[in-house]
Design a protein around this ligand. Structure first.
Ligand code: KIV
Length: 287
């Protein structure tokens, strides 16, 4: 049985912090689940860290479904959240519900995430009424980067902070089961976490959120194009992969890879017969 939205709500009530991480493929999803992660977000950050786009804007529904399926295949216990990509839920509510449904029906996710506050409340309500659990996302909403004018901290004035709190309440009231708070001052995240009953999951939002989310590639030191201030790398996989690959390049070049132990062989009688037929005598031992 996978972790449910109810389990996540109970974690908040017990004061137990919720660690969430992104994953985009079978192998990494399997590893993070083995490490004890209860909730995985197949984020549209996939656009930047996996597909090489310069923002999340170009990511499509088909790309999301493809990667969600892989993460679901790699996990058994973790709750998998599928991110709705830009313009898949903005134009009309019926289309939004259909697209959210695709992430559950085709992808196999257990819930969806969408960005935006009060203006998304009706959309969230319709999804929840259709049986689709929704995680909200406030603060820096990367799909609106062109509107926001860059990746900057949100809710820094008291007016903006009160608006964000209103957005959070509206999403809770519409039935969202949790909220991502991205790039907001920690004091504001603390107030929101105190004022709403659903879990807040922070990224660049300080320690007082009910949970934290990190992008997998930041956490393991794999994405080097840009490292945000709020990211903490617990490993340096980029360096480990570079080092492993350059040793491989060297060992292919000097003929020390593959060894006999890493190769397959034929019986001596077959090799002799082949040598007679082709005129080529081989240099490796037969087995
Ligand atoms: O797409 C993503 O990875 C996200 C997280 C940063 C919360 O939305």
């Amino acid at each position: 049985m996978r972790v449910t939205i109810r389990d996540l709500g109970e974690m908040k009530r017990r004061g137990e912090k919720i660690p969430m991480i992104t994953a985009y493929d079978y192998t990494s999803a399997k590893i993070v689940e083995e490490a004890g992660i209860p909730i995985i977000l197949v984020g549209d950050s996939l656009g930047q860290v996996v597909l090489g786009y310069d923002s999340t804007v170009p990511v499509t529904m088909d790309e999301m479904v493809h990667h969600i399926k892989a993460v679901v295949r790699g996990t058994q216990r973790a709750h998998v959240v599928g991110d709705l990509p830009f313009l898949s839920y903005h134009t009309d509510i019926a289309e939004a519900v259909r697209n959210a449904g695709r992430l559950l029906k085709e992808g196999g996710a257990q819930s969806v995430k969408l960005e935006g506050g009060r203006h998304m409340a009706e959309t969230v309500r319709s999804m929840v009424r259709s049986g689709i659990p929704v995680m909200g996302h406030l603060g820096l909403t990367p799909q609106a980067v062109n509107q926001l004018g860059g990746f900057r901290v949100q809710g820094k004035t008291s007016k903006a902070a009160v608006e964000l709190l209103e957005d959070a309440r509206a999403l809770e009231e519409a039935g969202a089961y949790a909220l991502v708070l991205e790039l907001v001052p920690s004091q504001l995240a603390e107030i929101v976490s105190e004022r709403i009953s659903i879990p807040t999951i922070g990224i660049g939002a300080g320690v007082h959120c009910d949970g934290q989310v990190q992008v997998f590639h930041d956490l393991v030191g794999l994405f080097t194009d840009f490292v945000p201030k709020h990211a903490r790398a617990y490993a340096n996989l980029a360096a480990a992969i570079r080092d492993a690959t350059s040793r491989y390049v060297g060992e292919v070049g000097d003929g020390t890879f593959p060894s006999d132990a890493e190769s397959y062989s034929m019986k001596a009688s077959v090799v002799d017969e082949l040598t007679r037929q082709t005129g080529v005598s081989t240099s490796t031992d037969s087995g």
